[in-house]
Design a protein around this ligand. Structure first.
Ligand code: FES
Length: 184
């Protein structure tokens, strides 16, 4: 078997309330509490991102969009009955944004979706612990502080650990009390 790096022309991140089947060189889809998140990359330049996204999602034209086509940057938000049904972020490199924040926005208002990050006055979910469900370290710590004392209860409250399970050892570690340092 030969392994070779993929020569990518673009990267994209999508949250969607329905699963999708992108026609691109690489994609990986994982479950969220309210839908799906998809990491994608392609080897061919895309000439009409809006047309591609409309065919992929079947939601009609984007309700909001912004971008800088000369730099290969595109952002689009799509609605279903006025609520956020999908948001697509495209760039020449892996797209830097708060995946857990976007996951939490699915099914809610469209306002601010294209920012891809929480407003400065909103709680930061922290670095992602559970990639499948988009749950951050701060969210886990808050749930523990409010009384979650098992991986199962963390799953029930935050969704973390309820899909592939690979984050459960890390969830267990976050439940263990931090040992006190002995005084010198
Ligand atoms: S990373 Fe898969 S369930 Fe958490």
């Amino acid at each position: 078997m030969t392994v070779a790096a993929l020569a990518t022309a673009w990267h994209a991140f999508l949250v969607s309330d329905a699963p999708v089947t992108p026609d691109c060189a690489y994609w990986a889809q994982s479950r969220l509490p309210g839908g799906w998140q998809v990491e994608m990359a392609g080897t061919q330049a895309m000439h009409d991102w809006q047309d591609w996204a409309e065919r992929l999602l079947g939601l009609g034209a984007p309700a909001q969009q912004m971008g800088d086509p000369a730099r290969g940057l595109h952002r689009m938000a799509f609605h279903r009955d006025g609520r956020l049904a999908a948001a697509l972020f495209v760039g020449p490199q892996p797209v830097a944004l708060s995946r857990s924040h976007l996951a939490a926005m699915l099914g809610g208002a469209l306002t601010g979706a294209l920012a891809g990050r929480p407003r400065s006055d909103m709680p930061d979910p922290g670095p992602t612990v559970c990639a499948c469900l988009g749950v951050g370290l701060n969210t886990i710590r808050q749930a523990v502080a409010r009384g979650c004392d098992s991986v199962a209860s963390l799953g029930a409250v935050t969704g973390a650990g309820t899909n592939c399970g690979s984050c459960r050892p890390e969830l267990s570690a976050l439940l263990r009390p931090v040992p006190m340092q002995a005084a010198e």
